[in-house]
Ligand binder design. Sequence first.
Ligand SMILES: Nc1nc2c(ncn2[C@@H]2O[C@H](COP(=O)(O)OP(=O)(O)OP(=O)(O)O)[C@@H](O)[C@H]2O)c(=O)[nH]1
Ligand SMILES: [Mg+2]
Ligand SMILES: [Zn+2]
Length: 332
Amino acid sequence: MRGIVIRGSWNIFTVRVLGKETGETAPGTEVECRIKGKVLKGVEGYYNPLAPGDRVFFEADPARPGKGFILSLEERRNVFTRFNQKNLGSHRSAASQLLAANVDLVLCVTTPESPPFRPRFLDRALLQADIAGIPPVILLNKEDLSGGDPDVEERLEDLRRIGYPLLRVSALTGAGMDKLRSLISGKISVLVGQSGVGKSSLIRALIPDRDIRVGSLNEKYDRGNHTTTMSVLLEIPGGEKPADPGEAGGGTFIIDTPGIRRFVPDGVGKEGLIFYMREFASLAGKCTYGLSCSHLTEPGCKILEAVTAGAIHEDRYESFLRIRDELGGKLG
Ligand SMILES: Nc1nc2c(ncn2[C@@H]2O[C@H](COP(=O)(O)OP(=O)(O)OP(=O)(O)O)[C@@H](O)[C@H]2O)c(=O)[nH]1
Ligand SMILES: [Mg+2]
Ligand SMILES: [Zn+2]
């Protein structure tokens, strides 16, 4: 049988049956699966083997109804990951943590206040989407609280200028939610953001029936164990049935992720960073010292010139320096 991973952490995954009404298990059924033989091909290099959105082939466990074994992983279209240093100390020794797989859209959730607007977090989440090759959108939730803080507005305007779409919403009042619905319609999206920005609240607003799984999601997954992947994939009602995410008429799906305190970009090194920061990329290699320029003090540095001229916001330049420092000797 073919299925899509809904959630899971170490070696138990909830898999939803995909496909036509032919097999012994009806499409839409959820089966609790372990990885057969504990090792899955194609998952090397990640801290966790599977993430919500992954397509797998699995077989039912004849001895235990509702349980099964994952046999193989379908090739991934993309992955949204983060670098988690903590994971390096684990027995798996891979810092790359999968948050979602095979997604169409990254919704980078932020707030004007409560919690305070954190542009540096946004820079990192947007960067990660660009590294992964998944289109990102900035979702400013809690717009009902927005006092139009000029610093927040200036930064958002700059992000818009360099090409990131912005949508203002409120899970509380419903403002902007129709636009969000049409934006995500027929797609698989992943919500990323700091704890408390309202990711789960947005999902609740999108699923009016208050699906029990959303309720239990909060009890089960919001309690702070953020060391494993506790992302979860949910269906937004209204699509055709049976839903096969990512295929024509496949319905609308959204992946909730645990709040992230510190987002260290993954899949990029110190040297590669400049190519992934949108307004920096076209200047890469153009400094007097070419690609060996540190962009700190050198004469003829195009990055410094761009900062002075306002083509690069000084806050984005600061983000660039900080991220580069963290990436240290990482390759890429
Ligand atoms: N005023 C206002 N409050 C909101 C809005 N959306 C969510 N909240 C509140 O923000 C708080 C946090 O919301 P959650 O949905 O739990 O946030 P989260 O991003 O899922 O947090 P984690 O699961 O910890 O990552 C709750 O008290 C919500 O009621 C909004 O649009 N406006
Ligand atoms: Mg949540
Ligand atoms: Zn330079």
